[in-house]
Design a protein around this ligand. Structure first.
Ligand code: G4P
Length: 191
């Protein structure tokens, strides 16, 4: 998506060759006009799929997922990172390891909000190693719901998540795919 790529080039900051900071419009300060346009793209990509629920993971996926859910006219559910090691029987859970943060979170979704009638679109801000999506897919599977696909704002194509998930048959639509980036030479996108 050209508009997004331009914005990443203008306002994104490459940190240490593998972290792209987009705090000024995506995951700290939020440009709501831009996010509503990103949501329109997700809507156009998945409008034939009859989804009835959007799923994301806290925290920074929530904003764009909320705009997307509004366009589809469906509820947004976000998986919560649980602080407790004791998981109640009223939730579906999965372990999500973050290579970026170097930690593992148990993420949970209440059984009340996901069930076998659901056709689920997963939305997230970043796709790097794919661990968040694997965890969310595990939760969808545990609920007996149908995983329709994922919409990602920024995929780091030089990290393995996107290829691994697509090779596993998952539909992954990314609005910008960064092929390479470094602080001196800037950002190159994949088309
Ligand atoms: P993965 O889910 O694809 O395996 O990615 P990874 O574990 O490496 O990253 C997990 C967290 O790091 C996610 O946030 C993700 O949004 C964020 N992240 C990954 N790469 C980048 C990047 O280049 N720039 C920025 N700004 N964030 C990145 P999270 O753990 O879900 O936390 P939150 O920030 O949403 O609360």
């Amino acid at each position: 998506m050209e508009l997004l790529e331009k914005r990443i080039v203008k306002d994104g900051k490459v940190v240490d060759r593998d972290i792209l900071k987009v705090d000024s419009f995506l995951n700290h300060q939020i440009d709501v006009e831009l996010l509503s346009l990103l949501a329109e793209e997700f809507y156009n990509l998945y409008k034939e799929s009859n989804i009835n629920k959007v799923l994301t993971i806290e925290a920074s996926g929530i904003a764009v997922a909320a705009f997307t859910a509004k366009l589809f006219g469906v509820p947004l559910v976000f998986a919560k990172k649980s602080k407790s090691a004791n998981i109640s029987e009223n939730v579906y859970s999965a372990d999500v390891h973050s290579f970026t943060h170097g930690n593992t979170n148990k993420v949970i979704v209440s059984k009340e909000f996901l069930n076998s009638c659901d056709k689920v679109l997963v939305i997230d801000d970043f796709l790097a190693n794919g661990q968040a999506l694997i965890g969310l897919k595990e939760i969808v599977d545990k609920a007996g719901a149908e995983f329709i696909g994922a919409g990602i704002v920024v995929e780091k194509g030089f990290q393995p998540g996107g290829k691994m998930l697509r090779d596993n048959g998952m539909r992954i639509e990314s609005l910008a795919i960064v092929k390479s980036m470094d602080p001196e030479n800037g950002i190159v996108f994949e088309h």
